[in-house]
Design a protein around this ligand. Structure first.
Ligand code: PLP
Length: 393
């Protein structure tokens, strides 16, 4: 029996062997609090600062790096830190941001902040003219993601950055999904704040960073022991940070050579699936992440499809949540104007640096057969995970 094909890298990428090796010494029994003054602490401090340099280097050494518990915390820190306390003013975001932006924005709205959610076109691209028209004198932050986690659309960050600069408003960019695939230094040169996450780039989960342009004030959201210049207090997790730094260094090395290979494999997978399922709807026609293939299949329940694929040896994601059998079409697909019945059959296949040609050749017929099977026959009842077991990845 062949091992399953993992096509859910946008949810989390496999831990890279060199990352694991870098972390290993810090997972041994050596105590490693970087705030301790003794030699153990000093060694840990040196490792943390070396990793901080590796992360900063991925961004072209233009930003200061604040380690966080991941992309969610980095997004929250970016948003809450710029709206003041008590929060006030105006926040400008896109309508297809990750919930780590959408939900703090909604919470801030409840506290009196005005929020504009700029729509996207049918191609999933943020409407730059609408962003330009939405600025107000009281706008305190613009936040637009570099690449969407669900459908993989890539946003015109350089144009939005130019608008933000012209209005004197800081720009935050959630680069969590873009980090493995694009030159972050290019994105960073227009953004004042950037969010990153370790586990999307071959690092461990539970670690990420908010990169901040020097001179921009960041109001902390946590209070505590003074670590990281009080901007994000809490004992720095040395092993996770070392792993994150190693993952950034690895991505910087791999990206240039691997990007074209993965893009070609993604295109090949798309072509093979469409050849077998001619009515498959390719969700994104414009620029998209090289590793992300999003499709919609009419008359095919997405959760049944993912369950069937799992049984057949392909790990994928529905890309649209369905709680207790009641379909909630994805907000991203709705924003792109995709009809609810088509959106109910959404499938995200996301490749990684680990993906091989053989795996893609194996997966395409499995996907086509699974679509056919789900369309024609009901699967035996399968437990739907409780809401708490789900997350938006
Ligand atoms: N932002 C985007 C675009 C994401 O895809 C994710 C994770 O799916 C996050 C933020 C949250 O990152 P983390 O899982 O590290 O909290």
């Amino acid at each position: 029996m062949q091992p399953p094909v993992y096509l859910d890298t946008n949810a989390t990428a496999p831990l890279a062997p060199e990352v694991r090796a870098a972390m290993e010494p810090w997972l041994q029994s050596v105590p490693a609090n970087p705030a301790s003054v003794h030699r153990h602490g000093q060694r840990a401090r040196a490792a943390v600062e070396a990793a901080r340099s590796q992360v900063a280097s991925l961004l072209g050494d233009t930003h200061e790096v604040i380690f966080t518990s991941g992309g969610t915390e980095a997004d929250n820190l970016a948003i809450w830190s710029q709206l003041g306390w008590p929060p006030c003013g105006h926040l400008l975001i896109s309508s297809i941001e990750h919930p780590a932006i959408l939900e703090p924005a909604a919470a801030l709205e409840g506290l009196g902040v005005e929020v504009t959610r700029v729509t996207v076109g049918a191609d999933g691209s943020v409407d730059v003219a609408a962003v330009g028209a939405a600025f107000r004198p009281e706008t305190r932050l613009v936040s637009v993601m570099a690449a969407n986690n669900e459908v993989g659309t890539v946003q015109p960050i350089a144009e939005i950055a130019a608008l933000a600069k012209a209005h004197g408003v800081p720009l935050h960019c959630d680069a969590v999904q873009a980090a493995a695939w694009y030159d972050l230094a290019e994105i960073a040169c227009g953004a004042d704040l950037l969010s990153l996450s370790g586990h999307k780039i071959g690092g461990p989960p539970g670690i990420g960073a908010l990169a901040v342009r020097p001179g921009l004030h960041v109001e902390p959201i946590l209070r505590g022991g003074g670590q990281q210049r009080d901007l994000r207090p809490g004992t720095e997790p040395t092993a996770l940070i070392v792993g994150f730094g190693a993952a950034c260094a690895r991505v910087a090395d791999l990206r240039v050579g691997q990007n074209a290979r993965i893009a070609a494999l993604t295109d090949r997978l798309a072509a093979a699936i469409v050849a077998s399922v001619p009515d498959a709807h390719l969700t994104v026609s414009g620029p998209r992440l090289p590793n992300t293939l999003h499709l919609c299949f009419a008359g095919c329940d997405a959760n049944e499809l993912v369950a069937r694929l799992d049984l057949d040896g392909v790990a994928a994601s529905a890309g649209s949540a369905c709680h207790s059998g009641v379909p909630h079409p994805s907000a991203v697909l709705a924003a792109m104007g995709i009809a609810a019945d088509l959106a109910a059959g959404a499938l995200r296949l996301s490749l990684g640096y680990h993906t091989t040609e053989q795996e893609i050749e194996r997966s395409a017929p499995i996907v086509a057969a699974a679509v056919q099977a789900v369309r024609t026959a009901a699967l035996p009842a399968r437990a739907v995970p409780a809401d708490g077991a789900r997350g938006n990845t």
